[in-house]
Design a binder for this molecule. Structure first.
Ligand code: PHE
Length: 497
């Protein structure tokens, strides 16, 4: 991939990946915006008539499972299909998932759609994110800002989706709304197909193809994994009835933490990981932990912060009734507005001789997330309804943290990943979100309007302390990440700041 300049000074392939991922996220967040209402609405009004107590944990399990599936998707891409085919198959399955919901076929169609979308997203998301990394030569300083632009595509989809899919679904017909999500994914597939010639051809084949001798073992692992998935599905299916909501939530929390730990262990012990790569994986672990803590706070925007918006915020403060759900869009809006600024900032900082390391950016992101919660202590400590600007301000602050951590995390993942595990490491990165949500699912139980100030204070302070720790570790991490190995490693290590 040459250094041709086209899209904000970035490789031209980025345009296609930007819009393909924007459409995929549009379909995903649009479906998410409708799901709870569809599941809990009365049968006579076109819903499924489930109780909210059953629907909420199911949606949470589903959200976490999607990002956990990315670990499996990464394996399939690295070993069987390559990024290009994995993205296409994934996108096709996601579209099928939305089509299941677009036909009025009840709870069975919902479960089928969940399986399609979880598997499809698990395939597509790590593969497409990994192709962004492949647009850049190893030493290209544009990588971080390129990922910031790509991440803006995610937010463009996320902002538009509830407005379009949500409005059509709620005001007109649920299935029409889901149909628009399906059309959105179809558009994403078309954009991807059109742009695939601009992508790095390494995505055309698996990066570490399965050798014939490994096939029997892979079959065994696939069978065991298949049985495990079926068992989990069975437990979840009965969980709406027999197992209480808490049981289902506890199950995800455990899985979401255990799977990434297991995967790190496999990567560190694999004979295909070179010594220098092993040092880089070790350097990645503290940053992964910081990311888990970050997502634990950021993803509470949809739970605790949503609840605070509904219960403790003066929604009439500006003379009209602000819908509580509007707060869900604040983050993505702020992100879109600030991205050009951050893309420039990273480009400038990374070219300067005293460029901040990835660990510094992560520490800053986590500290800022902590501050967003500490800020909430002020209104929460005062009795009465809070001015909505507090909440909007806190959401804007956490989004600045997101810009320091999330695009940089994607970028660092593509730089630090062992060659044999390229897309799988991306899957692992996505699972940091699943783990954060899994831990969050346990923490949010401690939140209510009376404990709010203490809750925000404790979590905010905890995040800041963790961030300071990471800051202190940053020089050590940088040294580990740049450890020299074989000649092949050296090229990569030179840029693994
Ligand atoms: N907004 C991000 C996205 O949809 C959330 C996320 C971050 C998901 C990291 C997975 C991993 O891409």
């Amino acid at each position: 991939m040459g250094k041709e300049r086209a899209f904000f000074g970035q490789p031209r392939g980025l345009v296609g990946l930007f819009f393909a991922e924007a459409w995929e996220r549009f379909s995903y967040y649009g479906m998410r915006a409708l799901l709870l209402y569809y599941m809990t609405d009365r049968l006579s009004d076109g819903g499924l008539g489930l109780r909210p107590e059953s629907a909420k944990p199911l949606i949470a399990v589903y959200g976490s499972a999607i990002y956990l599936a990315a670990i499996l998707g990464g394996w399939i891409s690295d070993r069987l299909l390559g990024d290009r085919r994995t993205t296409l198959v994934g996108g096709f399955l996601i579209m099928c998932g939305h089509i299941c919901l677009a036909v009025p076929a009840g709870a069975g169609a919902l479960f089928a759609s969940m399986v399609f979308i979880a598997v499809g997203t698990g395939l597509l998301k790590p593969a497409i994110s990994s192709s962004v990394g492949d647009l850049y030569p190893a030493d290209d300083p544009r990588r971080d800002s390129g990922f910031s632009i790509y991440y803006m595509g995610i937010s463009v989809g996320a902002v538009a989706a509830p407005l379009v899919v949500g409005t059509v679904g709620q005001d007109y017909d649920y299935h029409a709304g889901f149909g628009i999500a399906a059309a959105g994914m179809a558009a994403g597939l078309l954009v991807y197909l059109r742009s695939r010639r601009r992508l790095n051809p390494v995505g055309n084949r698996p990066k570490n193809p399965l050798r014939p001798a490994e096939i029997p073992r892979a079959r065994l692992v696939a069978a065991v994994a298949g049985i495990a998935v079926l068992a989990v599905l069975a437990v979840l299916t009965v969980s709406t009835g027999i197992l209480d909501a808490d049981g289902a939530v506890n199950l995800i929390s455990v899985l979401a933490i255990a799977l990434p730990i297991g995967y790190f262990t496999v990567m560190l012990r694999s004979s295909r990981t070179t010594r220098a790569e092993r040092a880089r994986v070790r350097a990645y672990i503290p940053m992964f932990v910081a990311a888990v803590a970050f997502w634990c706070i950021q993803e509470q925007g949809a739970t605790v912060i949503a609840q605070y918006a509904g219960e403790s915020t003066d929604l009439d403060a500006f003379g009209f009734a602000i819908p509580a759900s509007w707060f869900q869009s604040v983050g993505s809006l702020v992100l879109i507005v600030l991205t050009p600024l951050f893309a420039m900032l990273w480009l400038r900082l990374d070219r300067s001789p005293r460029s901040p390391s990835t660990a510094h950016k992560f520490a800053a992101g986590l500290a800022i997330a902590g501050l967003s919660y500490l800020l909430m202590v002020v209104p929460a400590a005062h009795p009465g309804q809070a001015n909505p600007l507090w909440l909007a301000g806190s959401l804007a602050v956490v989004t600045v943290g997101e810009m320091c951590l999330s695009p940089i995390g994607l970028s660092a993942t593509t730089r630090l990943a062992p060659a044999a595990f390229a897309t799988q490491t991306m899957g692992l990165w996505l699972s940091s979100n699943a783990a954060g949500q899994g831990i969050g699912a346990q923490l949010v139980k401690f939140y209510d309007a009376r404990s709010a100030a203490g809750y925000f204070g404790a979590l905010g302070a905890g995040a800041v302390v963790l961030a300071l720790l990471l800051f202190a570790l940053a020089p050590l991490i940088r040294r580990q990440a740049t450890k020299r190995g074989s000649t092949m490693d050296r090229n990569q290590a030179a840029v693994s700041r």
